[in-house]
Design a protein around this ligand. Structure first.
Ligand SMILES: Nc1nc2c(ncn2[C@@H]2O[C@H](COP(=O)(O)OP(=O)(O)OP(=O)(O)O)[C@@H](O)[C@H]2O)c(=O)[nH]1
Ligand SMILES: [Mg+2]
Ligand SMILES: [Zn+2]
Length: 384
């Protein structure tokens, strides 16, 4: 055998053997428009237990350096700024844009993920030859390439999507949680779920309470105070009047921030208020009550003129945390931390136990009751 080749045993994705196709695709479309990308990209919903096939393959020895198939010198580093169906759009260090597919072997490697490549990924691209160019929507021709390697991720926003991990975005620093005070109404439990997702993904949370032009700022002060006290920058914003926008711009400078929240809360509108040149599509007022319709359909990484990066994402109706153990949840509630050691039982779940220091702190109002109820909801697995 060639000294540079080596045999490895890899787990294959079950779709090597055509999984049964769900017959409720239409219903799924109606349920969550953001998920329809699954169908268009040809990926299918599979039960987690289905991933069990193995295959022995021969790969180049430099795979150990993480670059299967191609030698490192042929590849160029870049960052994924958008994923659309089977294609990822990548900006290289020199500013060139490539439309890429993912090398088959990478795709075949066992994964529980919904998407192998995600917005924000740092990747290595093998450019195709000059003849393989494609014409983008704007009529500009872009070269094609193949993603040979995906760097490991830090700073991720993930959620569970039909029992699989869906990495919404990778390699960002902050999560701007956008909620609206009206249309759609404020759902405090959803805020706490997003904060938990930020803690889990090692993102710094920022909270935007948007559409303040339609609510009374005075009434919201207690809420602003409560989250600010947790060390979470909390801003009353209006994409309409510009309130809170200068502060938001300051928080985004020189960082990479993903904007997330329900559909219609004003994520794209806020980004347009921050930098009007972005001209992101926002929902027309007449469409607002059109439930289930997402205006933003793909997560896109955008460079701000003021410095920094933002990712506008499609709204998600619910945010199911992925791969979270029950014992882990208390760690997502930072204000519990000083108390947990005071519980009588070291494995106290702060639910039914006697002599629970967390519950005592709630009674004394050192911990907000509302936050404690969010904890209980997440602990008992209630979906918002
Ligand atoms: N009054 C008021 N309306 C707003 C504000 N921000 C956004 N809107 C309106 O809310 C609607 C939804 O805004 P979008 O920016 O499309 O919301 P989105 O969060 O990006 O929605 P998806 O892309 O579907 O996830 C639009 O009609 C906006 O004009 C605000 O601060 N005040
Ligand atoms: Mg949007
Ligand atoms: Zn306890």
């Amino acid at each position: 055998m060639d000294a540079k080749k080596k045999k490895v045993r890899v787990a294959m994705r079950r779709n090597m053997s055509k999984p049964p196709r769900g017959n409720d695709i239409t219903r799924q479309y109606a349920e969550d428009a953001a998920e329809t990308e699954d169908a268009t990209s040809g990926e299918r919903v599979r039960a987690k237990g289905d991933l069990s096939r193995h295959r022995t393959i021969t790969i180049d020895a430099d795979t150990e350096a993480g670059m299967p198939g191609a030698s490192a010198s042929e590849c160029l580093p870049g960052r994924v700024f958008k994923v659309h169906g089977l294609y990822s759009y990548i900006e290289l260090g020199d500013g060139r844009t490539f439309r890429c597919t993912v090398r088959r072997l990478l795709k075949s490697l066992m994964t529980d993920e919904r998407s192998i490549v995600t917005t924000g990924d740092n990747v290595w691209v093998r450019p195709g030859d000059e003849t393989t160019r494609t014409t983008g929507a704007d009529g500009v021709s872009i070269p094609e390439g193949v993603i040979e390697k995906i760097e490991s991720r830090h700073g991720v926003l993930t959620r569970a999507s039909r029992r699989r991990e869906h990495v919404l975005v990778a390699n960002v620093d902050q999560l701007a949680i956008v909620v609206s005070l009206v249309e759609p109404d404020l759902k405090p439990h959803l805020i706490d779920r997003y904060i938990a997702a930020a803690e889990k993904g090692q993102l710094k949370p920022i909270l935007c309470l948007n559409k303040i032009d339609k609510a009374d700022p005075v009434e919201l002060q207690p809420m602003v105070g409560a989250y600010s006290q947790l060390g979470i920058p909390t801003i009353l914003t209006s994409a309409k009047t510009g309130m809170g926008i200068p502060r938001l711009i300051g928080l985004l400078r020189n960082r990479a921030t993903v904007f997330s929240g329900q559909s219609g809360v004003g994520k794209s509108s806020l980004l347009n208020a921050i930098e009007p040149g972005l001209a992101l599509r926002v929902k027309a007022v007449s469409e607002v009550n059109h439930k289930g319709k997402h205006t933003t359909t793909t997560a896109e990484l955008i460079r701000l003129e003021t410095g920094g990066w933002v990712v506008d994402t499609p709204g998600v109706r619910q945010l199911q945390l992925w791969d979270v153990k029950k014992e882990e949840i208390e760690g997502f509630f930072r204000e519990f931390r000083p108390y947990v050691r005071g519980c009588r039982f070291p494995d106290c779940t702060h639910t039914h136990e006697v002599e629970c220091a967390v519950k005592a702190a709630v009674r004394k109002q050192f911990i907000s009751e509302r936050r404690y109820l969010s904890y209980l909801g997440m602990y008992h697995g209630n979906d918002e």
